[in-house]
Ligand binder design. Structure first.
Ligand code: HEC
Length: 156
């Protein structure tokens, strides 16, 4: 063989290796996209067991009167109590619909998720505008107080 000339079998091998690298990269990319998609809270399926422990802690000794005060003092009102419900769903009547918002979540589980992980599920017709740091801003106990208050708002 003349020096410098490429062995055709060798270039075939190089080509096969290049294709293998490309296919692997594409596969990894698709896998990464699939994983990131299913782990995204926005598309995550409701899991009624996911909040069980935190919710039990939150609701132990929950006091609706404290919850009402917390809701009044923490700006929830600017979106949820004032206006015509365009910015955010009005709280009035929430207790009557919460249990049906995101089956199989119970009303308590749904309200808990709506506060600590608002992007997991959006009320139809509304943007993802809830502050997303309430899980850090409020203790579980305070979240429990707020849930206890919201559960009283049947709209009757
Ligand atoms: C900047 C506006 C804004 C503020 C402030 C805000 N929210 Fe929201 N909230 C929204 C919007 C918009 C939605 C509807 C989209 C969604 O489901 O996340 C929502 C949804 C909810 C829901 C579900 C309501 C339903 O009808 O199913 C609950 C519960 C809730 N918020 C609780 C709170 C609490 C408690 C606070 C205060 C500690 C608060 N929000 C503060 C905008 C806000």
């Amino acid at each position: 063989m003349v020096q410098g000339e490429r062995n055709p079998r060798q270039s075939q091998k190089v080509l096969i290796a290049a294709i293998a690298v490309f296919v692997t990269a594409a596969f990894v990319l698709i896998l990464a996209l699939a994983i990131s998609d299913t782990s995204s809270p926005v598309t995550g399926a409701a899991d009624s067991g996911a909040y069980a422990e935190a919710l039990a802690t939150a609701l132990a000794g929950a006091d609706a009167a404290i919850g009402e005060r917390l809701i009044a003092e923490n700006d929830c009102a600017s979106c949820h109590l004032i206006g015509d419900g365009q910015t955010a769903p009005l709280f009035d009547g929430l207790a009557s619909v919460a249990g049906a918002r995101r089956p199989p979540l119970s009303a308590e589980q749904y309200l808990f998720e709506a506060i600590v992980l608002p992007a997991a599920h959006l009320v139809a017709g509304y943007a993802n505008a809830m502050p997303n740091n309430y899980d850090e801003r409020f203790s579980l106990t305070d979240i429990g107080h707020m849930i206890a208050h919201l559960l009283l708002l049947t709209g009757d």
